[in-house]
Design a protein around this ligand. Structure first.
Ligand code: BGC
Length: 431
């Protein structure tokens, strides 16, 4: 077998065909119903205790956006007429050469202490600040201001956080940092933040999604069983288990920190796509189709994956990626094209898998597609991967036919931080 033959078969295998896509969307809608009714489901369907914003939220608030290995803090003013102005912002990593607050060796108190000290610097004393906290991991909530971390995702491992109320941890850390004038009043998922922020700027937003390092979507449930009224539900759709998987997905899953969990996220998100390509290349090397150059391969970064996926592209740049990122030597032009074809298939499947979830959610909230819908999306894959939005849209048409014409997809850049500011204003009664 040649590299080209192997790649062609793999590209066919990995693709989510229209019939598979439609079946996954129906399965997604079924899993939503099971989850929201409290029956076992791969969709956690976590209540946020928030519905859509009114636009009348007002006040000066702080927002902490903790989504992965970087944290952002915003100081913002909501004007009560649908406007938000950011007065100050700060962004810092939780991991660098001298420290890693995301490793198992680091403890909750160190992690939240570090964040609290940064917040204190942005919030001079003398005035009270309500704070909204976007915490982008699966949390059980029984109100808008408590959120117990169910488990870490995205390979973050800090000790002493799982099972704890992250709002409580932040309150304690702020007190220790001498910043008791900052009152954490709301904890939200980043998808929920994205929906809140996008609803400020656009009509008809009823689904929001993150397609970046991690993947997840939320939606506005019109009649939530807890309240009988509208509520945003964090589906934790990265854990959906109704997508057809290949042997490489199984292998990647088995080698991950938590085999069996976040199956969809491992097929979709930026944290894993490079690894999936690496897993495939390893099995090709195992079959003698490829030769690894010196040393073990490193995980390919998002920018390099995007460069492989883009049509055309500069030869020297692609050769560098093959050699330095993928650790491959001795490749002719048609071998390189075959490997780029595999990278494109991985990217395309990611977009179609995301769309299966959107279609499933739409089947639930508007089965006959009678109304216009806007889906707000943030994250590096959506923003930067060539063709990603077009592939989502094509997949929506595959499942929903003409109904897909009523759907708008919107890039909601940095919505999760702004959403935390809106949530803080809602929860502190500033509306
Ligand atoms: C988390 C979600 C989050 C998503 C995007 C996933 O790993 O489980 O809570 O929304 O990443 O950040």
């Amino acid at each position: 077998m040649t590299i080209q033959e192997y790649a062609a078969a793999l590209v066919r295998d990995i693709d989510l065909k229209p019939a598979e896509l439609a079946a996954s969307a129906r399965e997604f809608a079924r899993a939503m119903e099971e989850g929201i009714s409290g029956r076992p489901s791969s969709l956690k369907m976590l209540p946020s205790y928030l519905s859509g914003p009114t636009g009348k939220e007002a006040g000066r608030v702080l927002a902490v956006d903790f989504g992965g290995t970087n944290v952002r803090i915003l100081l913002a003013v909501l004007d009560g007429a649908g406007g938000i102005q950011v007065l100050a912002r700060e962004r810092f990593p939780l991991r660098d050469k001298s420290k890693d607050f995301t490793s198992e060796e680091a403890h909750a108190d160190e992690l939240f202490g570090y964040i609290a000290r940064k917040v204190a610097l942005l919030a001079p004393g003398g005035v009270e600040y309500p704070l909204g906290h976007t915490f982008s991991f699966p949390c059980e909530q029984d109100g808008v201001n408590t959120a117990r971390l169910i488990h870490w995702t995205k390979e973050i491992k800090t000790s002493g956080v799982e099972g704890q109320d992250v709002n409580g941890l932040l309150v304690r850390a702020l007190k220790a940092a001498g910043a008791e004038h900052v009152r954490p009043v709301a904890v939200i998922n980043d998808t929920v933040g994205t929906l809140l922020a996008a609803a400020y700027a656009h009509p008809n937003v009823d689904i929001a999604s993150i397609c970046g390092t991690g993947h997840n979507s939320c939606y506005l449930e019109p009649r939530h069983p807890l309240t009988g009224g509208p509520m945003i539900v964090n589906m934790e759709s990265g854990n959906f288990d109704g997508l057809p998987r290949t042997e490489w997905d199984e292998r990647l899953d088995q080698a991950s920190d938590r085999p069996g969990s976040q199956k969809a996220e491992k097929m979709i998100s930026g944290r894993y796509l490079g690894e999936l390509l690496g897993t495939i290349l390893d099995s090709m090397a195992g079959l003698g189709l490829l030769k690894h150059a010196a040393g073990p391969r490193s995980t390919i970064c998002g920018a390099d994956l995007d460069a492989l996926i883009a049509e055309g592209g500069a030869g020297p740049e692609i050769a560098r990626i093959m050699r330095d990122s993928l650790g491959l030597g001795d490749l002719g032009p048609s071998d390189i094209e075959a490997i780029r074809g595999i990278a494109r298939a991985i990217g395309r499947r990611s977009a179609r898998a995301v769309a299966a979830g959107f279609a499933g959610a739409l089947m639930r909230i508007d089965p006959d597609m009678e109304r216009p819908h806007a889906i707000a999306i943030d994250g590096s894959l959506y923003e930067r991967m060539p063709g990603y939005d077009a592939q989502i849209r094509a997949a929506l048409s595959d499942v929903l036919g003409r109904g897909a014409e009523r759907i708008r997809t919107i890039l909601a850049k940095d919505g999760s931080g702004l959403g935390a500011a809106i949530a803080a204003a809602i929860a502190s009664g500033g509306n």
